[in-house]
Design a binder for this molecule. Structure first.
Ligand SMILES: O=c1[nH]c(=O)c2ncn([C@@H]3O[C@H](COP(=O)(O)OP(=O)(O)OP(=O)(O)O)[C@@H](O)[C@H]3O)c2[nH]1
Ligand SMILES: [Mg+2]
Length: 164
């Protein structure tokens, strides 16, 4: 069976743009904004349950994305709860959380004072290679190295292998 269309469930337009940019030449990416409540747990548990709930609401196959930002000094926190930390504390507040620590690394980069356009979530404070933040990169550049890209490459492989 060849899947030609995927229904990506998100209300986040930045996520949608990234997923379309990465997957768009392989499958058509439809979008529905359904607010799915997120459980607490490991990133795997949260993503799995989010997909299950979205599929129930849509009554069909879905693609969902759930991301985490793990600070090494905080033993992986905020992790999957980054969205709520970002909403409450902002980019400067996230930086302040690390000011008492020498280790400012996050999986897999460093947290820095905001640089570049503020558009997508924490992109301006995530420095990838000791040089540019995600926000300072062109979308094409970020989408060759980002966590979302790596996950979607795996999805592409799975689709190419016939979804076994
Ligand atoms: O600067 C960023 N660059 C990225 O590459 C990126 N990927 C995710 N995020 C943000 O991290 C939180 C995850 O929460 P999340 O995965 O539950 O997403 P969400 O609730 O926004 O969307 P969705 O659940 O409707 O799909 C949300 O604040 C997202 O905006 C990113 N921010
Ligand atoms: Mg969410």
């Amino acid at each position: 069976m060849t899947l030609t269309k995927l229904n990506f469930i998100t209300g986040n337009q930045n996520k949608l743009a990234d997923v379309r940019a990465i997957l768009g030449n392989v499958v058509e990416v439809d979008n529905q904004a359904v607010d799915i409540s997120e459980i607490q747990g490991t990133i795997e548990e949260i993503a799995e349950e989010k997909a299950r709930r979205a599929a129930e609401v849509i009554n069909g196959p879905v693609l969902v994305e759930d991301s985490a930002l793990e600070f090494s000094a905080l033993k992986g926190l905020p992790g999957p709860y980054i969205k709520y930390f970002l909403d409450s504390l902002g980019l400067e507040g996230l930086n302040k959380m690390l000011d008492g620590f020498e280790d400012r690394t996050a999986e897999a980069g460093a947290i820095v004072r905001p640089r570049g356009p503020t558009g997508f979530g924490w992109d301006p404070i995530f420095e990838y290679d000791g040089r540019a933040t995600f926000a300072e990169m062109k979308q094409e550049e970020k989408n060759l190295i980002s966590h979302g890209y790596k996950a979607l490459v795996k999805l592409q492989q799975w689709l190419a292998e016939g979804q076994e």
